[in-house]
Design a protein. Sequence first.
Length: 238
Amino acid sequence: MYDTATDQDKKIIIAIDGYSACGKSSTAKEVASRLGFTYVDSGAMYRAVTLYFLDHNVDLENQQQIAKALKEITITFKYNKAERRFETYLNGGNIEEDIRRMRVSNMVSKVSVIPEVRSAMVDLQRVMGKGGGVVMDGRDIGTTVYPDAELKVFMTANFEARVDRRMRELESNGVEITSDEIKENLATRDRIDSTREVSPLRKADDAHEIDTSYITFEQQVQKIIELARSRMKALSNA
Ligand code: DC
């Protein structure tokens, strides 16, 4: 049923960027699973750093504390077969649930503007993508982390659709929240993510834009699989 890449296919890097709550992560995960690729959630890495900073009271104005904390952090992903998902680990502990909570969501943009944090995460993301066969989602994957990615996708959706999507996602995780809280969180993050000095969120010139406001999840996934297939075919014929 699934469209697993064959041995002849080149193991490409697929970069999926866009605003929060456009459906990037769920789409990226499904595309990776159907192609037999590895999925890397770069947002989860910034969330993991944020969780560590919060739990260890790291002062965001103090460069020494930030540098020390970054040295103490190890982030890995492991596939949970029962849940059928990749989960994020911080220094060996599973933090997948903790990093989705609002205390982290409300702080993560402030942590991800810090140049030292970005540089450490970008280095790690490049190591994780070595060898290809990777779908990585985030804000700056196609512009900064992998400017040479063989396929770049930029996902968008109108604000209402994004609020709706995030509301359903949090409710299904048992988080009680009002739509006003979600609106405020998304609007603030949009502003910080797209105006920060280092690697702001922007569409790479050669990225394919997909507006997910009025298409189904399956259509989103199919669209990217088709783009990936044709890219892999062109590269193996080159
Ligand atoms: O995709 P997400 O909502 O889990 O990302 C959490 C935050 O991390 C987001 O507000 C911006 C930041 N981020 C980033 O700056 N660069 C990335 N490549 C991925 C996420």
